[in-house]
Write a protein that binds this ligand. Structure first.
Ligand code: GLA
Length: 377
């Protein structure tokens, strides 16, 4: 990827720049908990967005996307927002740095990536984090701290891309470390690295190839439901809610809001249970919690789809230890905790059954937990 970027950069802009990369992410458990002040348990993966960047001594950004095969050029004022959606991520990052009093001047950039788009692996967070990290390094002597870099990506989603996401994806992309998952408390923003080297198990992603587009999806509606219930309970977020409190207001809220909140309350406890289980090496419990998350995401939170439910059923039939939808939902991948001796059989069966039913094969990714945002020298 680096070679190709370098070649295109040379052709378009002449000479060379500095290389940066940032990663997509997985999340072991803790879905739709981040914007509710709960816990998440992500890790960065070995799929990245990589960019070559060089200041151009103007106030114009010129950027080429190899994968989309499109060029965009824009200024740095609010009115200069580009029309291409991929370029808005980069524009948003520039604007959010400027709004925080940071420096951004014009630059030339070429980027490419191997984070599958719309698969729930946070390709957009990888893009935001890559540019946030690079512009911090290039124009701000790395004065912006890593949490703020993650928030810059998150604000980009909110203000320029129409997705009211939580902090998980950008956090994972910026803070990721090889071989380590991270448990983040999204209220206090305290986090802990968890070495993740299960000897007898692997994480396998099965991509339904059903594209999700969070901006067009009811993601924001889920968040609104949670906020309505928290407000009804007199709380800032559902982090402080429990089932007894929810039952007490059940007759005052819609059934839909009730089930959304129920999922969140149960899910935040599941993250803690999974951490305890991991500490004991108890993968059966980890897996059982993953199946519970899937059921909750499918029935109560309603962010699954037929294909993902099908993949979850196949995993269960194959004896996979844990399986669930990963990320925002509405398509994308399931994450599967699979015993090593079962991995090939499971993949073979899932591909065969899925292809038979839907007429196209799912994609399979083995997960390698890797570093997040970085400069490549
Ligand atoms: C998307 C969002 C995250 C998080 C997940 C669901 O990936 O960007 O902030 O809410 O969905 O856990």
């Amino acid at each position: 990827m680096k070679k190709e970027i370098s070649k295109v950069f040379e052709e378009r802009f002449g000479g060379s720049g500095v290389f940066y990369a940032s990663a997509g992410r997985i999340n072991l458990i803790g879905e739709h908990t981040d914007y509710n002040g709960g816990f998440v348990f992500p890790g960065a993966i070995d799929k990245v967005i990589m960019a070559e960047i060089r200041p151009n001594d103007t106030m114009t950004v010129r950027v080429f996307s190899i994968d989309i095969n499109e060029y965009a050029e824009f200024g740095l004022n609010e009115a200069d927002a580009p029309s291409q959606s991929w370029a808005r991520y980069i524009f948003g990052v520039c604007r959010e740095i400027l709004k925080r009093g940071g420096t951004v001047r014009g630059f030339d950039a070429v980027f490419a990536g191997n984070v599958p788009l719309g698969a729930g692996l946070s390709s957009s967070a990888a893009l935001e984090s890559c540019f946030a990290f690079a512009l911090n390094d290039m124009f701000n002597d790395n004065r912006i701290d890593k949490f703020e870099l993650a928030r810059i990506g998150q604000s980009t989603e909110h203000n320029y891309c129409g997705v009211n996401c939580g902090i998980m994806d950008q956090f994972a992309s910026v803070f990721g470390k090889e071989g380590k998952l991270m448990r983040l408390d999204c209220r206090s923003m305290e986090y802990e690295y968890f070495p993740f080297h299960p000897e007898d198990y692997e994480l396998v992603l099965v991509d339904s190839v059903v594209k999700h587009e969070l901006a067009d999806s009811p993601y924001n509606k889920r968040r609104e439901s949670c906020e309505r219930v928290a407000h009804r309970l007199g709380l800032e977020t559902l982090r402080d809610a429990d089932m007894a409190m929810l039952e007490a207001v059940k007759s005052d809220i819609t059934a839909e809001d009730y089930f959304r909140a129920k999922f969140v309350i149960e899910e935040k406890q599941r993250v803690l249970d999974v951490c305890d289980a991991l500490n004991r090496g108890d993968y059966d419990t980890v897996g059982r919690k993953m199946y519970e998350t899937h059921a909750g995401l499918s029935k109560d939170y309603e962010v699954s789809c037929e294909e993902l439910d099908f993949l979850n059923d196949v995993a269960r039939e194959c004896g996979v230890t844990g399986s669930r939808i990963m990320g925002g939902g509405f398509g994308g991948c399931t994450i599967n905790l699979v015993r090593k001796d079962l991995r090939d059989k499971f993949v073979e069966t899932a591909v065969a059954k899925f292809t038979e039913k839907y007429g196209h094969a799912p994609k399979i990714y083995d997960v390698v937990i890797s570093d997040g945002a970085r400069r490549l020298d």
